[in-house]
Design a protein around this ligand. Sequence first.
Ligand SMILES: [Cu+2]
Length: 411
Amino acid sequence: MIRHSNKRNAVRMSKTVRRISAAAAGLSAVALLAGCAKNAPQDTWQPKGPNAQKIDDLQKPVFAIAGIVGIIVFAAIGYALFKFKDRGQPIPEQTHGKPVLEIGMTILPAVILAGIGIFTFQTIFDLAKTDDTEMVINVTGQQWWWEYDYPVQEQYGITDPIITSGQLVIPSGTKVLLRETSRDVIHSYWIPALNGKRDAVPGRVHTLRLEADEPGIYAGQCTEFCGLSHAVMRMETVALSKDDFAAWVKGQLSLAASPTEGSLAQEGESVFLNQCVRCHQVNGLKKADGSPAIAAPEDNVWSGAAPNLTHLMSRNTFAGASWNLLTKQCRKDVWEASSEEFGKRYLAGVTEECLNQTDLRRWLRNAPAMKPMYADPTKLEETGGKYRGMPNLGLSEDDIDKLVAYLATLK
Ligand SMILES: [Cu+2]
């Protein structure tokens, strides 16, 4: 009787075991397939610059060693499971201790870990190196987008500070040092193809080295949970050849030109002056009577609250690099351009036929509906009364037409 129920239990057990292993196998297959995704710009196994390469040179052998150890352990467990399965044999003789095995199995992992430790330390120190920096860019995390501020660096033609957002533009083959901080909560800057992560902490400056071997776009995302719209706080680093970078700098330093007299864009400019300048800076923008729209219109200053829009059309994305300013096809053309072609494509910016009007209009119609933000004055208890993001301004479709025409002139 007892034997019988034992047997039934054993049958039930093995069914459960089989089900669990089937589920595990299924999950691993999915994970493996996901690992093979073709269009995976944030793949940590594809370094595109020296810093990411250093990490890769460390992680590959570590994964290999861990993999071999894993296979040996699983093989030993499997062997023991089958070899010593209960077949009704007598209980083996009970002994205590196997000193050689115990000491050996303590020393071996210690040696392996110490070996990995030496290389890990070396890589950490290599990655922290800053004394051969060639360019400095200040990076500020915000809820939920990144601001980039290029201090004056004459050798690159940066004769005035440049402020931009979303897409960080750097010259390829140049050791760029990011000086990161944050205006609100902790964020983390991460472009997997170029380097590991670094937290951006309010009141502190952390450094992170970026260097891209080839021109191209490298995608990333904020990797420190930073509140409501953390999931749509993305960023891209754009590497341009040195000549193309110089051309980009020149473009960024220019002030916004006034739209032609009597055009729709000019009407858009006055809507912008009424609705948008309390948060957004456009360098060089003046009121109808010729007086400056804000205190220092000639200066490339940051607003402290919202992205500087002077050269909106020179970037491909908006609102935390989470929506495209380019239509799908145009964006694909830029992403897939060869490294020789890339600079030309990127510098062309967002042309009229490439502008993704659908998403830009959706943003102007009701930004918080697209990206959750603390922008409703009646719901600010969570933030202690502070706004975060762009409110729904209740614009008419007429005003949106005008604004789109105006924004399209901000090359
Ligand atoms: Cu963030």
